[in-house]
Structure formats: C-alpha cells, structure tokens
Design a protein around this ligand. Structure first.
Ligand code: FMN
Length: 261
C-alpha cells in the first residue's frame, strides 16, 4: 500500500513529526514485510509556482497551463498512491502559503474530480487555535477532488516539551489516525457517499451540464464519464447511494439548473 504525504510545512517540525509517528504506527500494525510504503513530498522542495490566474486550466485544460514546473509530476504521484496524507500546520489561522499554492495549482480538479479510488488522511498541528478551520478546508478540497476522507487529526503543540496530559492526548489521536487510515487502505472498497457528497455531486452536475458553452472542457469530462446521464446517482457506480439522499440531490439539482439557466 503506497502512501504519499503532501507536506505543507516549510520545515521538518511538528507536522512532519506527527506524520512520521503515524507512519511508525502504521508500519508496526502492518507487521513485517513492510506492507506500507511512505513517500514524503515536501512542498518547500518542489518546484510548484503560484497560479497566475489565467484560467487556461479551466477553459482549455490543465495541459495548457503556462507554468512549466512540477505540477503534472505531483498529480501523477497522487495517482500512483493508494492513499494521500494532506498535512499542513496552522499559519495565520489557515493552511500555509505552500499548501494553498498546492491547492490553487490543482483547482481544475474541483471541476474535473478524479481521485475516487484514493483514501485521504488530513493532519494539522497548531500552537493553539485554527485546527478546525484548516481541517474543514482540507476536507472540502480533498472531498471535491474525489478522495474518500477517512480521518482528520488536529494536534495542539503549544509548548516544548508538551504537558504530559496533552502529549498523551496527541499520541492517542495519532494512534487513532494510524488505525483508521490502515483499515481504509486495507478495505480498498469505497464507503457509500454521505448526504453532503451526494448534494455536491448533483450541484456540480447541474452547473457543468448547463454551462457547456462556458466550460466546454468540464462538460466533455463529465459527459465522457457518463456523469451527465439521467439517473446517475454518484461519480462511482459500485457504491450504494441512500435513496433519500438521491431524492434530495435530484430536487436540489432541479433548482440549481433553473438558477444557472
Ligand atoms: C508563521 C506562523 C504562523 C502561525 N500561526 C498560528 C495561528 O494562527 N494559530 C496558532 O494557534 N498557531 C500558529 N502558529 C504555530 C504553529 O501552528 C505550530 O507551531 C505548528 O505546530 C507548527 O508546525 P510545523 O513545526 O510543522 O511548522 C504559527 C506559526 C508560524 C511559524
């Protein structure tokens, strides 16, 4: 099982140590034979330049991005992994600039999602506050990109050394994250989508189905995958969609389509 870590901290500090602890625990649970392999992508070392806002990726396709750097290789690394750990400390009450640049450069995936066979684990560390907001933001990005987010962990790192009670609490959170991520990677099969996932599918479908002239690349991407066909319940065919979620999503889609038109 291959795990890719997207590390948004500019240093090998608290966030890196937290992920390394998860790695240790997953390896020891997986047993000898090294069932789990970890690759760390330190965004600080990657050639990933800020988005220039030209809209080429949305309008013409990501291959038309004028910035020639590591972005395509990073996307390929995510495709090769079974699971991705998105990790960023809280800086200025949100993800780091490095992590935000990473999300911006792959903004086209919000329109053309593709990671439905991948699991994601979200990790943040904070001096004191902001972890919830970071996890919420990462959750939104990873989910819309298609990942199944299996667990989120936020650690408080306010003092060095940490008070024993806080250190123990952090250790417990890391152990729970390691367990959940390992279980999800072993399971492989995707869990049924949540209510929000189903609403998101129908909301996006309404938008891209109605905006063929404005977003032809998105329209073609959705059509090619059969997502615009009548009765399609979700991006992935082999999961059960709760019929009530489907009904609510379909009603919402009707309203959104009207609005967009
Ligand atoms: C530039 C900067 C901004 C920070 N902003 C916040 C913040 O808004 N809220 C907070 O509680 N901690 C903040 N911190 C503390 C970090 O979130 C905390 O120390 C974190 O564990 C650092 O992780 P790292 O060692 O992986 O960089 C900030 C630290 C730095 C360097």
């Amino acid at each position: 099982m291959k795990v890719l870590v997207i590390m948004g901290s500019p240093r090998k500090g608290n966030t890196c140590r937290a992920v390394q602890r998860i790695e240790e625990q997953m390896r020891s649970r997986a047993g000898p034979g090294g069932e789990v392999t970890f690759t760390y992508l330190m965004l600080r070392d990657a050639d990933l330049r800020p988005c220039r806002g030209c809209f080429a990726c949305f309008e013409k396709g990501e291959e038309h991005c004028p910035i020639k750097d590591d972005a395509p290789a990073i996307e390929a690394q995510m495709h090769e992994a079974d699971g991705v750990i998105f990790a960023s400390p809280v800086y200025g009450m949100n993800v780091t600039g490095l992590f935000k640049t990473f999300v911006d450069r792959f903004a086209y995936i919000f329109h053309r999602p593709r990671f439905f066979d991948k699991k994601a684990l979200l990790v943040t560390t904070t001096g004191m506050v902001g972890a919830k907001d970071v996890l919420k933001y990462m959750h939104l990005a990873a989910t819309v990109w298609g990942f199944e987010v299996v667990h989120r962990v936020g650690l408080v790192t306010l003092a060095d050394p940490l008070p024993p009670a806080l250190a123990a609490e952090n250790e417990k959170k890391l152990a729970a994250a390691a367990d959940a991520f390992l279980e999800a990677l072993r399971r492989g099969q995707r869990r049924p989508p949540s209510f929000n996932d189903v609403l998101m599918f129908h909301g996006q479908r309404a938008t891209f189905a109605e905006l063929e002239t404005i977003f032809p690349v998105d329209y073609a991407f959705w059509k090619e995958r059969g997502w615009l066909e009548k009765g399609t319940k979700y991006f992935v065919k082999d999961v059960r969609v709760n019929p009530l979620y489907h009904l609510a999503g379909s009603v919402m889609e009707w309203f959104v389509r009207r609005q967009v038109r």
